[in-house]
Design a protein around this ligand. Sequence first.
Ligand SMILES: Nc1nc2c(ncn2[C@@H]2O[C@H](COP(=O)(O)OP(=O)(O)OP(=O)(O)O)[C@@H](O)[C@H]2O)c(=O)[nH]1
Ligand SMILES: [Mg+2]
Length: 241
Amino acid sequence: MTSVTPRALVIVPTYNERESLPVLVEDLMRHPHVRVLVVDDQSPDGTGEVADGLARAHPGRVDVMHRTGQRGLGRSYVDGIAWGIRQPVDVICQMDADLSHDPRHLPALVAAAGQADVVIGSRYVPGGAIVNWPARRRLLSRLANIYIRQITRLNARDCTSGYRCWRREALAAMPLDGFISDGYSFLVEMLFVAAGQGARIAEVPITFVERRLGQSKLSRAVLLESALTPWRLVARGRSTP
Ligand SMILES: Nc1nc2c(ncn2[C@@H]2O[C@H](COP(=O)(O)OP(=O)(O)OP(=O)(O)O)[C@@H](O)[C@H]2O)c(=O)[nH]1
Ligand SMILES: [Mg+2]
């Protein structure tokens, strides 16, 4: 039996990640058949220029989208995905830039996309782990997942992981322009809509490592949006014909 290695595009949204991004991209470049799209939101720390340098160093493998206008993780993914689904790739992955998501897990995620529409890099399946999170942060993440699963009836153990791999066609079928969330809950909305479309959702274990460089963008506003989004999703889900 011959097997063809899937071509992967990894979309990496960035806001003030100038220290981490080069480490991540160089690591990803060690994987054959992998391309990267950095979606930068005019980071004040110059991450956009750092990304341009990486694109020059890896022509044809690293691209940069410099967003203008309102910044946001969800908006960045909407724009990056619109570009990505037109590329000649088989799978499209989502990854944080802060080195929490280790590229060594990428082959397992990509391979699992052979039998699934979306594969979650999961901290909460057997073999998954979290390194360097204080007890408070672990508890918050655990409770968030219980909360989301209860309200939305999603089955996945790790609904908030930002490390994912999609079959390109499955991602292209998502009505991203109609999404209601923009912060981290954008990730939950993606899963909810995918599940509603009958997508096959799989999880593979990852070891998540807390960021060592740069700063968190987790704000009170983001947490509030995350608390409200599951309710808004089910309300909308029920009212759609
Ligand atoms: N383009 C873009 N990227 C963003 C924005 N906010 C966050 N990001 C990126 O999204 C990814 C996840 O953000 P983080 O700040 O690491 O959020 P987190 O992982 O929940 O929290 P910490 O790891 O504790 O900082 C990182 O690559 C960020 O640079 C944004 O407004 N625009
Ligand atoms: Mg992070």
